[in-house]
Design a protein around this ligand. Structure first.
Ligand SMILES: *Cc1c(COP(=O)(O)O)cnc(C)c1O
Length: 225
């Protein structure tokens, strides 16, 4: 089941890349395992998936104990400052930096273990109050400030589109994230090659059309039908 699901997801990604003349290697699949158990994670690793996404540090620690560095670990969910110490130990990339306070704490804890922590800045592209993320207006100042922190390395931006019935309704969020990225590069606040983490099971095709470089997919891989 997982093997079939995974195949249709990777084929879907490849089809979208072809349609938009992008190279399939330019879009990384992050398999989100927050609802998967260790056996299921083992199964996707055996199918050559390397990048695993979790949204809670506590759950990820348990899974990390079983799987370790056979996977590349991504934190895709919200991070509380009191979990940063554990997070910097296991995650290669933290997708959800949404405050100066959090960035400072990561910088501090990463320094203690001699690590430069790769991060993405989460942007609230939908304006929904229930969503985390920096608002588009504040993003320039935010980048300026956190780029001074020596033990964090900003790789790009992340967003979560609103839950909508039709994929196309998620498009404006993805489009906005790409525009923000281009603006940051133009202002020399970000290097070129900025990563865009956007697109989930329900909307990854549109996200790829809008320039996503990392899709975070869970349900489409672990569903049982
Ligand atoms: C759960 C989750 C995903 C994956 O969502 P699916 O709909 O299961 O593909 C992606 N990103 C974040 C931040 C998540 O919490």
């Amino acid at each position: 089941m997982i093997a079939d699901n995974l195949k249709s997801v990777t084929q879907g990604i490849a089809r979208c890349c072809e349609k938009t003349r992008r190279h399939p290697g330019d879009v990384k699949l992050i398999c989100v395992t927050k609802e998967a158990n260790i056996k299921e994670i083992e199964e996707v690793l055996a199918l050559k998936v390397k990048d695993i996404g979790e949204n809670r540090v506590q759950d990820a620690l348990i899974k990390y104990r079983a799987i370790g560095d056979r996977a590349i670990w991504h934190l895709v969910g919200h991070l509380q400052t009191n979990k940063v110490k554990d997070a910097v130990k296991i995650f290669s990339l933290i997708h959800s930096i949404d405050s100066i306070r959090l960035a400072k704490e990561i910088d501090k804890e990463a320094e203690k273990i001699n690590k430069v922590q790769d991060i993405l800045v989460e942007v609230n592209t939908s304006g929904e109050e229930s969503k985390f993320g920096i608002t588009p207006n504040d993003i320039g100042a935010f980048f300026k400030e956190i780029s001074l922190y020596p033990n964090i390395n900003i790789l790009g931006l992340m967003t979560i589109a609103p839950e909508v019935n039709a994929q196309d309704m998620a498009r404006p969020s993805f489009h906005k994230l790409r525009e923000i990225g281009e603006q940051l590069q133009k202002l020399k606040l970000a290097a070129c090659g900025l990563q865009l983490s956007m697109g989930m099971s329900n909307d990854f095709e549109v996200a790829i059309e809008e320039g996503s470089t990392m899709v975070r997919i869970g349900r489409a891989i672990f569903k049982n039908d």
